[in-house]
Design a protein around this ligand. Structure first.
Ligand code: 6R9
Length: 666
């Protein structure tokens, strides 16, 4: 790693991107975000956040202290204030006369719909909170939520928050084992689940995984779970444990519609969300109430330019990951937004389903992941062209670096060459968006998340924690505490310190490689664990993927560094071809030609050092439910190893498909 923080020629590719899209004067004139916010925050960062907390959040007892960093790295924000998250998300809008405003347009995968106003939500959440209390849930308890994308999922989270119980949402796609370990780690008292949900046109069962997760196991302590609350969605048969299992509709319908929220301290736990570490058991990321609500509300309002009276907002994430927590539940509801929640997959029953939903509800703000955008590119632009997308005015991206090609496609095809795109960098740990352009203020650049938000201290440092100059590369760090920062790893303070605060003492290490361009804008280069070292040259997986996707043959690409005797690591690329070219890989000459074209293309885009040693054409890539490519599994394939634990894949059959495809005689 001799050249680890010099500007290697391989890092130049992304930075050749010089296109910039300044905001239109009309957009700038009406935008929530103002350039002066950067100056205000720079003048007094802590006071800036105190102001946001007073303006955007309602307090039962106003806070008098803003930041207490004396217990670093565990921060306290607004510590002597008291409030309730569900009251802030729901009741106060009803009290302000907005009870008739639609909070949620629910669209089920089979086409069933439901409209929920803020007044409806207040009744539902209050009843659910009463039902939970009847089942013994109290302030300080933990509740595991294992549900599909339903209105009840939002209601369940808010009911916990209303009682002061921390929710721990576990992806519906996780296995019974994963669920079991998360229930045990959190010591949950209650599990909220459903009989099933609709996915790809068919009911998919959930309850059996809960039953398996709670079954007694030799040598393991008995579960802490007292009850399982079951939402009826698909009406499929379920096993029933008398005394333990309770139907949601029965319990909630029987409950009173009035519930007095539990007024909690600002630092009271709001939720735990498990996220995978580099190795070992998942980390339960802990978030508390006041700071988290402040920053999710602030970012949702300013990064998406939410105009609550007129916008229809849609974030396509699942509530099982942090984007669903911050930008479906807390941020939008705190801001009184009207939003769409969709249960199913983008291609059921047809590949235009998302765009049909945008047209149907007049969605104006749309937030999704690059992997989804690339899938849509692969399906072809004639599909979105069939729908009226003229209501869209802001587009967002999250989850991984977005390559300039996908960014441009998103802007041109979905945004009619008109909408600002906000590429938002953040993590489960950061709780809310940290780096992003501000629409109406920032001239956007395809592929770059660009600038830390006002009040956020993000920078790029070298191995010795020195900030790199413009044009330099290194590690992304956060050098000052922020309101929505994690308050620890549930039950493991030491791991919290080791994971995030020991690489560079006193500053938060995000685990992402990054680069600053000549304007000082930040480009994310993927996890540092995904940075390859080929013959002593540092290469970014993202950068090579971006180069591959910029070739017209390629729809999507994933690059891994596979162990190599000569070069240390060798670049191995897995590519999905664009529809029109998919057949060409079927013959020997065809695939040889494709391989040569792409290797030459990468050599040309980045330099010969970045040429993939092998290019494997595949039909699918292994992804988590949050859309992240699981490079670890591809590395197993590339290194001819048995494929490791694939339980967190959105579709567990993908690895079989890839291996079967590669085993085919060439
Ligand atoms: C919100 C979320 C966090 C990791 C993060 C980084 C990657 C997220 C990104 C991005 C480049 C962006 N990431 N957004 N990389 N540009 N706009 O995704 O949280 O699931 O915890 O993942 O995702 O590598 O470190 P989480």
């Amino acid at each position: 790693m001799t050249d680890s923080h010099s500007t290697s020629p391989s890092l130049e590719n992304l930075l050749h991107e010089t296109r910039a899209f300044p905001p239109s004067p009309e957009f700038a004139a009406q935008a929530n975000a103002q350039p002066s916010m950067y100056d205000e925050a720079a003048a007094d960062r802590v006071e800036f956040w105190a102001r946001q907390a007073r303006e955007l959040v309602s307090w039962k007892t106003p806070f008098t202290q803003t930041l207490d960093w004396s217990g670093a790295p565990v921060a306290k924000w607004f510590a002597d204030g008291t409030l309730n998250a569900a009251y802030n998300a729901v009741d106060r809008h009803v009290e302000a006369g907005l009870g008739d405003r639609v909070a949620i347009h629910f669209e089920g995968e089979p086409g069933d719909t439901r409209t929920v106003t803020y007044a409806d939500l207040q009744r539902e959440v209050s009843r659910a909170a009463n039902a939970l209390a009847t089942l013994g849930v109290e302030s300080g308890d933990r509740v595991v939520i294992y549900l599909p994308m339903l209105v009840e999922s939002v209601v369940a989270m808010l009911a916990c928050a209303r009682l002061g119980a921390a929710h721990s949402v576990v992806f519906g796609g996780f296995s019974a084992d994963a669920l079991r370990s998360r229930i045990a780690d959190a010591g949950a008292k209650l599990v909220i689940t459903a009989d099933g949900g609709y996915r790809r046109g068919a009911p998919s069962a959930l309850k059996p995984a809960v039953d398996a997760a709670l079954a007694a196991k030799e040598g393991e302590p008995a579960t802490t779970v007292e009850h399982v609350l079951v939402v009826r969605r698909t009406e499929q048969d379920v096993e029933w444990t008398q005394g333990r299992d309770v139907w949601w509709h029965e319990a909630v319908e029987a409950a009173d519609t009035f519930h007095e929220p539990a007024w909690v301290d600002a630092e009271h736990p709001l939720f735990i969300l498990y996220t995978s570490g580099t190795t070992g058991k998942p980390k339960g990321i802990l978030h508390t109430t006041g700071g988290y609500l402040t920053q999710t509300a602030f970012t949702h309002k300013n990064v998406f330019d939410l105009q609550a009276e007129s916008d229809v907002y849609w974030c396509t994430a699942d509530i099982g990951w942090v984007t669903g927590h911050s930008y479906i539940v807390y941020g939008p509801l705190l801001n009184g937004a009207t939003q769409v929640i969709y249960e199913g997959t983008p291609d059921t029953p047809h590949r235009g389903r998302w765009w049909e939903i945008v047209q149907k509800y007049g969605v104006s703000i749309f937030y999704t992941a690059p992997t989804a955008i690339r899938a849509c590119m692969k399906w072809g632009e004639e599909i979105p062209a069939e729908f009226d997308l003229s209501s869209l005015r802001v587009l967002g991206s999250v989850g991984e670096p977005i390559n300039p090609e996908a960014w441009m496609w998103y802007r041109r095809v979905i945004g009619s060459d008109r909408t600002p795109i906000v590429d938002t960098w953040w993590q489960t740990e950061t709780g809310a968006i940290m780096i992003s352009p501000l629409p109406g203020v920032t001239a956007t650049k395809p592929g770059s998340a660009q600038v830390p938000l006002p009040g956020i201290a993000a920078t790029v440092v070298d191995d010795e924690a020195n900030p790199v100059p413009d044009g330099g590369g290194g590690y992304l760090v956060l050098s000052e505490p922020w309101p929505s920062m994690l308050r620890g790893i549930w039950g493991d303070l030491q791991r919290f310190k080791d994971t995030y605060w020991s690489r560079f003492p006193g500053i938060y290490f995000a685990g992402d490689g990054a680069k600053k361009d000549e304007d000082g804008d930040i480009w994310l280069l993927g996890r540092v664990d995904d940075v390859m070292n080929v013959s002593g040259h540092r290469l970014s997986t993202t950068e090579i993927e971006s180069a591959l996707v910029s070739n017209e043959l390629v729809a999507e690409a994933a690059v891994v560094g596979a162990a190599d005797d000569v070069s240390g690591q060798a670049v191995v690329a897995f590519v999905i071809l664009r529809g029109e070219h998919a057949d060409e890989a079927g013959t020997d000459e065809g695939s040889a030609r494709i391989e040569k074209t792409l290797r030459d293309h990468v050599a040309q885009e980045i330099g010969p050092i970045a040429k993939p040693k092998r290019i494997l054409v595949v039909a699918e890539l292994p992804k988590t439910r949050s859309g992240k490519i699981m490079r670890r599994l591809l590395r197993d394939v590339a290194e001819n190893r048995e494929v490791g634990d694939a339980t967190t894949l959105a579709d567990s059959s993908v690895m079989n498909l890839i291996q079967a495809g590669l085993a085919k005689p060439a």
